[in-house]
Design a protein around this ligand. Structure first.
Ligand SMILES: Nc1ncnc2c1ncn2[C@@H]1O[C@H](COP(=O)(O)OP(=O)(O)OP(=O)(O)O)[C@@H](O)[C@H]1O
Ligand SMILES: [Mg+2]
Length: 214
């Protein structure tokens, strides 16, 4: 069992003069699940990208602590799995090839058999050799899940987790969140009240953008 903590302190994000959020504070640790909500444009996706290490905060800070050791910025990608509408898939590659590539980018060795297991898990095994270009949006969403869990991350960041998914897909997400490693943490950014069941606590970003940028 690992121990993971995420500490967010006075986190602030602006784009030029536009304040997205400020004064964001929370802490979440192994076994906990948190919902991030807020109206369109309140910064849910921005926060998820910052916590995945793909976007930089403007002030304040956040820190992952793995077994009492700080995780360096450049290693965040090893412990985090992100599912987001902004993730780009390679349209001219098959699902199998996309996953192979994501594994290589993350520097993890995966056998074809292991990749096939993940494809089975997300229900895409039968379509593994089709070009992603020919996929439906729900199928693309499923590859994003496959890519997010490929490296067995401790932190799952889900932005709009159930968008485009049919009932089967939603059940899949239910199971994934429910069965997620007990030493891990899950953050879910959503406006769908049906997704609120994924977390114990909820933060509304509407409460964090009332401070004016000077
Ligand atoms: N790259 C960018 N450059 C400038 N402004 C941006 C950029 N990305 C996001 N923003 C702005 O930041 C704010 C927050 O956007 P974000 O996408 O995080 O909101 P959201 O809560 O995810 O919204 P939604 O519910 O529509 O998904 C918006 O005002 C948006 O216009
Ligand atoms: Mg968003």
């Amino acid at each position: 069992m690992n121990k993971i903590d995420l500490i967010v302190t006075n986190l602030k994000k602006t784009f030029n003069r536009r304040l997205v959020f400020d004064g964001l504070n929370f802490e979440i640790k192994s076994g906990e699940k948190l919902i991030i909500t807020g109206k369109n444009g309140s910064g849910k996706s921005t926060l998820m990208k910052i916590l995945a290490g793909v976007l930089t905060e403007s002030a304040g800070f956040f820190q992952y602590i793995l077994n009492d050791k700080k995780v360096d910025r450049e290693n965040i990608y090893q412990i985090v799995g992100l599912v987001s509408p902004y993730l780009v898939l390679y349209d001219e590659f098959t699902a199998f090839e996309n996953l192979k590539l994501f594994a290589r980018i993350r520097n993890i060795k995966m056998s074809d058999e292991e990749i096939n297991q993940i494809l089975k898990k997300v229900g895409l095994f039968d379509r593994r050799n089709d070009l992603v270009r020919t996929y439906s949006s729900g199928m693309k969403q499923r590859i994003k899940y496959a890519s997010a869990i490929l490296h067995n991350p401790l932190v799952l960041l889900l932005d709009e987790p159930t968008s485009n998914l049919d009932l089967d897909g939603k059940n899949f997400v239910d199971e994934l969140v429910e069965d997620f490693r007990s030493d891990g943490i899950v953050l879910v950014a959503t406006n769908e009240s049906q997704d609120f069941k994924y977390g114990q606590n909820i933060i509304n970003l509407d409460n964090f953008h009332n401070i004016q940028v000077k």
